[in-house]
Design a protein around this ligand. Structure first.
Ligand code: SF4
Length: 209
């Protein structure tokens, strides 16, 4: 367990079999390449701050300001409340995360993830949104059957389902992340070797072609 994910000193102990929370971002990274999670949690390696990371931090406030002026109809909603950067954690689910935007209506909760990319939405992003849906549902008591990926800077939206399959996959990935961090064992590389070409961790993966 990494220091950032271990229970806080002095905190009330969890029940013996309560799963400690796995972050939504780690679920996303695992679905992309399990080793990325290893390099960012078990053996954190030096990372360069990329333009994308800096841009992402600076752009967040601007995105939020723009978002409040946008119509909720683009989310297929007539009305609702926007909540930005919602941090949630569940001991029952063994999950945690910070939702960029959570829209609530009397009928549903809709998590929205901002992505600084125009690439197609992948399995990894779907798993992250499924984690947010599970957390939002527990926190609000409202059903969260769908979410959105908002691509930046275009603002293009893609709706993603948060159905039983997506939730099950997200929970399975979280269990794999938890097991890997607990055992401190380096996981297998991604099966999509094209991802290795521009990977910032490439020099630590001598076994990939
Ligand atoms: S180089 Fe490839 S296997 Fe290694 S962390 Fe990056 S994507 Fe994963």
């Amino acid at each position: 367990m990494t220091p950032s994910q271990a229970p806080a000193p002095g905190a009330a102990p969890d029940p013996p079999d309560a799963p400690w929370p796995v972050r939504a971002t780690d679920v996303r990274q695992w679905a992309y390449c399990p080793r990325v999670v290893y390099y960012t949690t078990v053996v954190p390696v030096p990372r360069a701050v990329t333009f994308k990371m800096e841009y992402g931090t600076e752009a967040q406030a601007a995105v939020e300001a723009l978002e409040v002026r946008r119509k909720l109809r683009r989310y297929r909603l007539d009305a609702g409340e926007r909540h930005f950067r919602v941090r949630l954690e569940s001991g029952r689910l063994g999950l945690s995360g910070e939702i960029d935007l959570l829209i609530t209506t009397p009928e549903e909760a809709v998590p929205v993830e901002f992505k600084h990319t125009e690439r197609p939405v992948g399995k990894n992003h779907r798993a992250q949104v499924a984690v947010y849906a599970l957390l939002a549902e527990e926190h609000t008591g409202l059903p969260a059957r769908r979410g959105f990926i908002c691509r930046l800077p275009s603002g293009r939206l893609q709706q993603v389902a948060c159905d039983a399959d997506e939730r099950r996959q997200a929970l399975e990935i979280a269990a794999q992340v938890r097991a890997m961090i607990t055992q401190e064992s380096r996981p297998h590389p991604t099966g999509v070797r094209a991802r290795c070409t521009d990977c910032e961790f490439r020099r630590y993966c001598a076994d990939v072609e």
